[in-house]
Design a protein around this ligand. Structure first.
Ligand code: GRG
Length: 296
């Protein structure tokens, strides 16, 4: 199957699962409209698709991993809602529509983000046992979620992003570090949990981790490039935010062409880690190459 078709099919699967998963909240909480608005807007769903395809490559099916993939998307959506708030990036549009706080107010948006963060842990812990995964694997997955969402992941990256704003002295290594924390951590999480629950050797798990770390940084570099080369209509979100917020990016440091070269090097480096396994992780390779196409 062509990778574009594969992605489209999996995106639909994830969208349906997300919708079903939060439906019980409709009767339970006045926060449901803000949660469903942010979560069900048309995101690319790249992270949950990475989880599905990693697990599928190992086990030959994806059914049992669907709630975990959705939990990664919930975590990601939480980070977008909070990142868009006036006290953070102050963005007006996201996924082609007004941001969550523009529609529901900052108070509701903040809580919708908080609720999605907790819900991701709720789903991971409850689905683990429901789907008969071993306790040890479930704990490892929960630990990965905690690391990816916290001070060693998203939050750590975001805070570094903030404190380095306006810093004209920032070097390439620091930018890589920030990008790997704020964006790489969720891509890494998405792939690793497929590997943990699928059950693979230490060596294979390390290779998948390396793939996801390099791909994760390239995903942010590509996002930074698109911030200056694409349009708000195509991206469905505010553009030129990095310049406005005086953020340290590789584009600001080296310019667009060099940043493209770096993104491309990272993608090819990432897929090199999958080569020892032949065609097994071909879908991951195809997704990585496809993402590079966004800036070609
Ligand atoms: C606790 C305030 C607080 C924040 C949590 C906000 C945060 C930590 C981290 C945010 C980091 C962040 C938003 C990074 C951007 C990552 C990125 C490339 C987002 C866009 O991803 P896509 O293109 O988006 O996959 P879609 O909309 O398709 O899902």
């Amino acid at each position: 199957m062509k990778i574009e078709l594969y992605i489209e099919e999996k995106r639909k699967l994830i969208n349906n699962a997300l919708e079903a998963m939060i439906l019980p909240l409709k009767e339970q909480s006045p926060l449901y409209p803000a949660i469903s608005y942010a979560l069900l807007l048309p995101g690319k769903r790249i992270r949950p698709i990475l989880t599905l395809s990693t697990y599928d490559a190992i086990k030959g099916n994806e059914k049992d991993i669907i709630p975990f993939a959705c939990a990664v998307e919930m975590l990601h959506t939480y980070s977008l809602i909070h990142d868009d708030l006036p006290i953070m990036d102050n963005s007006d549009t996201r996924r082609g529509k007004p941001t969550c706080h523009k529609v529901y107010g900052s108070d509701m948006a903040l809580l919708a983000g908080d609720a999605l963060l907790s819900l991701s842990f709720d789903i991971v812990s409850s689905s683990g046992f429901k789907n008969n995964f071993e306790a040890q694997k479930i704990i490892q997955v929960i630990q990965d979620f905690a690391v990816a969402s916290g001070i060693r992941g998203l939050v750590g990256g975001q805070v570094m992003d903030m404190v380095t704003m306006n810093d004209s002295d920032i070097d390439k290594e620091t930018i890589f570090y920030i990008e790997s924390m704020k964006t790489g951590s969720l891509i890494r999480l998405a792939v690793r949990i497929g590997g943990i629950l699928g059950g693979i050797s230490e060596e294979e798990f390390t290779a998948l981790t390396k793939f996801s770390e390099n791909f994760g940084v390239s995903y942010q570099v590509i996002d930074d490039i698109l911030d200056v080369t694409s349009t708000a209509e195509i991206l469905g979100k505010d553009i030129e935010k990095d310049k406005k917020n005086r953020k340290a990016t590789l584009v600001a440091l080296f310019g667009v062409e060099k940043a493209k070269e770096i993104a491309s090097d990272l993608i090819y480096k990432s897929i090199d880690f999958l080569k020892p396994f032949g065609e097994k992780y071909k879908v991951l390779e195809d997704i990585a190459i496809l993402s590079l196409g966004r800036v070609k």
